[in-house]
Design a protein around this ligand. Structure first.
Ligand code: PCA
Length: 215
């Protein structure tokens, strides 16, 4: 089995992105699955081109895109990607779409094929906080999550794909008082546990567990 794991480069005012830092440190195999690691740009559309090329080249069974969610205190597997680009800030190429569909002929939203509840459980079993998230935002993270789902419907029907957001690193919150952070080694440990759950649940549906939220 092969899992393509991507991490974004730094964006906005940050000089570092925990996503690519953690992805680089993942083991080369997890529970027997080969892990392919790829840095992608925090750029609308270009990020999707880079991931598309890698899917064609590597033919992975799974794609897991990883991104920073500053302000979150837990690792958060994402449930749903929505068909909207709405940038709070410009991307790394200076493009700031407002309320544009990602794919005019795409579905309004796609649910992930990943076992997000099993992933959250595995992250907690590794001693780290996890929350199933119901929004990946409207910036490049939701964009890549949506684009990979769209590619799946058009070109790669056997692919299973999804997204996980991760917190800031401690050094990113030195000048951001009262913001949560997580050590890089812990993020790597949590991602490894989450990918382990993906590999273990292959061919099965997600576990039944209470992970819903009122708001
Ligand atoms: N986080 C941003 C884009 C790149 C990243 O790591 C997001 O959540 O959209």
């Amino acid at each position: 089995m092969k899992v393509l794991v991507t991490g974004f480069d730094p964006f906005g005012s940050d000089k570092i992105n925990p996503a690519i830092e953690a992805v680089k440190k993942l083991p080369d195999t997890i529970k027997g699955a080969k892990i392919i690691k790829l840095e992608i740009p925090t750029v609308f559309n270009k990020s999707a081109q880079v991931v598309h090329q890698a899917i064609v080249k590597e033919q992975p069974d799974y794609v897991l895109n990883v991104g920073q969610a500053g302000g979150r205190s837990a690792l958060t597997p994402e449930r749903v990607a929505i068909n909207i680009n709405d940038g709070r800030i410009p991307d790394n190429d200076g493009y700031q779409p407002l309320d544009e569909p990602i794919q005019p002929d795409g579905d309004t939203a796609y649910f992930t094929q990943l076992p997000i509840k099993a992933m959250a459980k595995a992250i907690r079993a590794a001693g780290l906080p996890a929350i199933v998230s119901n929004t990946a935002g409207t910036y490049v993270c939701n964009h890549i999550f949506y684009q990979v789902q769209y590619m799946r419907t058009k070109e790669f029907p056997k692919l299973k794909a999804g997204f996980i957001h991760i917190p800031f690193l401690p050094e990113q919150v030195i000048t951001r008082p009262n913001q949560p952070s997580m050590a890089l080694a812990d993020i790597v440990k949590g991602l490894t546990a989450a990918i382990g759950a993906i590999v273990e649940r292959d061919g099965q549906s997600d576990i039944k567990a209470v992970e819903g939220q009122n708001h």
